[in-house]
Design a protein around this ligand. Sequence first.
Ligand SMILES: [Zn+2]
Length: 496
Amino acid sequence: MNFLRHHKLDVIGVLETKLVEATLPKIMRTWFAGWKYTCNFHTHPNGRILVLWNPATVILEELDISPQVIHCAITCKVSSVSLLASFIYGYHTVGSKKPLWDNLISFGENCSLPWIAIGDFNNVLNANEKCNGKDVTSHELKHFEECCVLTGLTDLRSMGCHFTWTNNEVWCKLDRAMVNKHWFDQGLDGMANFLPSGCLSGHSPCIVSLLDVIANTNRPFRFFNMLVNMPIGSMPFKYLGIPLAAEKLKAVHYASLVEKIAVYLNGASVWDWTPAKGDSPLLKRIFEIRDIIVSKEGTTELAIANLDRWFAGENSGCSKAYEYFRPRGIPKVWANEVWRHYIPPKHSFILWLGIKGRLQTKDRLHYMDIDQNCALCGTAPETLDHLFFQCNMTNQVWLQIKKWLCITRAMTTIKSALKYMKKKKLVGLLGNHVPRKAQMACTCISYLTARNKRLFEGAVVTSDGITRKIKTHVYKIMFSSYPHVLVQYEHFALGH
Ligand SMILES: [Zn+2]
């Protein structure tokens, strides 16, 4: 009640009241003596929309009542301004909201007066009106966008919270105050103020002031739209206008900071401006970054073109900027051959260790008192190159694998083998390059497994056995990537 008194409201829309109609007269007597009300409670059990007004200051006539909207005609007794107002509380799903859009479109068709549609549309109008949570789909936006085009409704000037609803994980702009063309044609001014959510519900209360907003005196009337019975949440915190809780900041989140800087520069070009000694460290840092881009690109024009490129697509700027400044190592030629989406991570990891020379072959375990000879053939010291390329046993495997994959070149190290796989236009196996590319990872892991089995379990391993393992690995990869050629590959992978 303090809230109502403080904001001097003349017309109030309350959404999702969860009240029943029978209790309203008592509530009115207790809290709103002399006020009148209308509601759409008979259309929905939860008491969805309640409109209250003070007949001393406004004349309100209800025009149409439906589950998601109440249309009214309002005349202000003080200023004699007449307008139409629609109090909206949209259902949650795309399909169930369709009647609301249709209703607004048909109402807008015959509307020649200033019209304000205010409330919880339960729908964002732009992908950037949601922070965290699932991405907004074009399907969700379509009907609302169409409705705005057909009715000519646009957002009334607003201040306060951009995101009007939160459950402390996701922030959305669900509530708005929208006006039509006649609103401006008739010279109506006004301002919607979205107060922080959490003072009454998870939604931001929206207060619309008409006419003399700036003078702050003699306000004829306002609307107030609040939602109750939502979980009480805290306001979304921002620093310099940037939401702190957003996991992924998008360029649009910085808009208010950019605006503030623009005001501070007072018309001066960002590209010529030099920060003064007393300017904030943040501002100085921003201009340092500007200078870095200019010096990297050579000229201001190229730097501007670069920024334009980053921000050409929607929401893509931040990641491109991040990539631009991120320090990078020199790309390894083999990286793409090792980290392929179709190679199981375990296989990739073993191959990567092999390339780095980090597999625990016996030559790297010389501090242990163990037989240094190869576990597979027992005739030479076990080094990585021996195990993979020089060992009699694995040589036999290589012969079979090379024949199988039509590889003619001799393999001597993992790196050169990978380089070869990369260079060659590898077709031949049913026109597919995957088996050859995948086989290195499969071969590495199969050699290592065979060697460990022999070493630790004393198992008998044969070159045929290892070959079969490699073929099965490749076959599995092929099956997961190309299930439709399964039959040919089954014969191919398991046959000899
Ligand atoms: Zn050996």
